[in-house]
Design a protein around this ligand. Sequence first.
Ligand code: GDP
Length: 140
Amino acid sequence: MAIQRTFSIIKPDATERNLTGAVNAVIEKAGLRIVAQKRIHMTRQQAETFYAVHKERPFFGELVDFMVSAPVVVQVLEGDNAIAKYRDVMGATNPANAAEGTIRKLFAKSVGENSVHGSDAPETAALEIAQFFAGNEIVG
Ligand code: GDP
């Protein structure tokens, strides 16, 4: 299996509850390496750009309000098949449907306030990483 990088966000509902370390423990236990990480407070423009694919969805305004409501932790994760592996570790978008032991089952509050983001494909991973990290900030 190929080594990949994926982009992760620990969202405001998790940082507000002081769960950064608890989420990172699940990530590392799954065999993913955190090769870049920083805590930021997203601007509205950053959040709108990041979630532009959802701009026609009815929840877009609520999603952007949520993402700028408190600090987030943006990360680059590296490992075998990291993109699909992290999607598995995160669990389903709606925590009510998430499998036992997944981050969203353990920590998410609702379908909107669902604790983490992870890229869904190699192309989006590359774009998302580049939105938040310079190459020299990623140390594998
Ligand atoms: P993901 O790839 O599992 O994060 O899910 P999506 O790409 O479908 O949605 C992106 C994000 O939008 C989700 O992680 C949620 O934070 C948010 N979201 C999705 N569906 C809803 C919804 O019905 N209501 C609200 N408020 N937010 C939603």
